[in-house]
Design a protein around this ligand. Structure first.
Ligand SMILES: C[S@@+](CC[C@H](N)C(=O)[O-])C[C@H]1O[C@@H](n2cnc3c(N)ncnc32)[C@H](O)[C@@H]1O
Length: 338
């Protein structure tokens, strides 16, 4: 149960909208039914992120093996002043904002411009979004926050109108969780939603030696395994399920052809599972796997070309010294006016 700080809640600069009512799970559950009745079985990665899943993800970000967060943070630290100089004051919209920790670097840089402005974090993880937004409101006096709890697609389709220039931020290589088709669909949607001159700031994990990547998803402490298994706990509470977590094990392997990590949960014995709220019974054979996430590893030039295909022209990009991660600032072409 959330007990908000009433002093902060009365602040007119803070609002959270719930686009995704957990009571209307009939619609949401459809993707679970589709995934678990397909062959091979799959689950949408958004179901990792209940409050426990978000906490586990924050622990993953601290792991020595998980180079992504610290590499991206170093790039943002070095680039954020320049980005603010390029864009000037603008409304920031962040997809899959999580705890907005890295975004604070931008928020501090924009706050130093000394003008009121707005930040719109979007995330499916309601408690994480709520509490981080509340803290940000407290820490940045010039900032107004409109948190949108829901999926990226829902939120993009329901963005409030704005007469300001906007920058859409998508960090953590979360884009890597989309298949190539989903990525193109997403970019098509961005082209429709953004106004000419608006910015898109994207953080992507780049292709690198496979052992480094595989270690990042198979850490020694087993935090990634716990995060992966938590997707089943989430389904249990949300859809009245009876997944027995001890009957599944974590697996993360690199697919060379597709340049992606594939994260699975593998059944250790044959058994059946029920999700009462979805009126769904699923059978698992021994050794059968559920694909819970892909994490694509990108080629920087290919991504720049793909962005350009959707009229997002790269203004500048930044990488680390090893070329492990990249931050790309692109801008929607002015010719897209009509
Ligand atoms: C890999 S984490 C990245 C978090 C943060 N942006 C970072 O870079 O550390 C993905 C974030 O996106 C959120 N998320 C995952 N799928 C989503 C979806 N379909 N719609 C909205 N948020 C989603 C998760 O709750 C989580 O906070």
């Amino acid at each position: 149960m959330i007990i908000p700080n009433p002093e902060l809640l009365s602040d007119a600069r803070f609002e959270v909208k719930y686009l995704d009512s957990h009571q209307t799970d009939a619609r949401e559950g459809e993707d679970v039914i589709r995934g678990l009745t397909s062959s091979p079985k799959t689950l949408p990665p958004k179901y990792f992120y209940d409050s426990k899943g978000s906490e586990l993800f924050e622990r993953i970000c601290q792991l020595p093996e998980y180079y992504l967060t610290r590499t991206e943070t170093a790039i943002i630290t070095a680039a954020c002043e320049e980005i603010v100089t390029i864009t000037g004051v603008c409304e920031l919209i962040e997809l899959g904002s999580g705890n907005s920790q890295k975004t604070r670097l931008f928020l501090s840089a924009y706050e130093s411009l000394g003008k009121p402005w707005r930040y719109i974090p979007i995330d499916v993880s309601r408690e994480t979004l709520y509490y981080s937004a509340l803290k940000l409101c407290h820490d940045y006096p010039l900032l107004s926050i409109l948190g949108l709890v829901g999926t990226i697609e829902q939120a993009l389709l329901q963005l409030p109108p704005s007469c300001h220039k906007r920058m859409l931020i998508f960090l953590g290589s979360t884009l890597g969780n989309f298949t190539p088709d989903e990525t193109e669909e997403f970019l098509r949607l961005l082209r429709q939603i953004l106004n000419p001159g608006d910015y898109f700031l994207l953080g992507i994990d780049l292709q690198k030696p496979i052992d480094i990547v595989e270690k990042a998803y198979n850490d020694n402490q087993g935090v990634t395994a716990a995060f992966n298994l938590n997707i089943l706990s989430h389904l249990n509470w949300r859809f009245e399920g009876n997944f027995d977590l001890s009957l599944f094990k974590h697996q993360a392997v690199y697919n060379f052809e597709k340049h992606q990590i594939e994260m699975y949960l593998q059944a250790t014995e044959s058994h059946k599972v029920r999700l009462n709220k979805l009126n769904l019974e699923i059978s698992f054979d021994e050794g059968e796997k559920i694909l819970t996430e892909i994490s694509r590893k990108f080629n920087l030039q290919n991504m720049i070309t793909l962005l350009a295909k959707y009229d997002l022209n790269t203004v500048k990009f930044w990488t680390d010294k090893d070329n492990w991660f990249a931050l790309i600032l692109s801008q929607l072409k002015a010719t897209n006016l009509c």
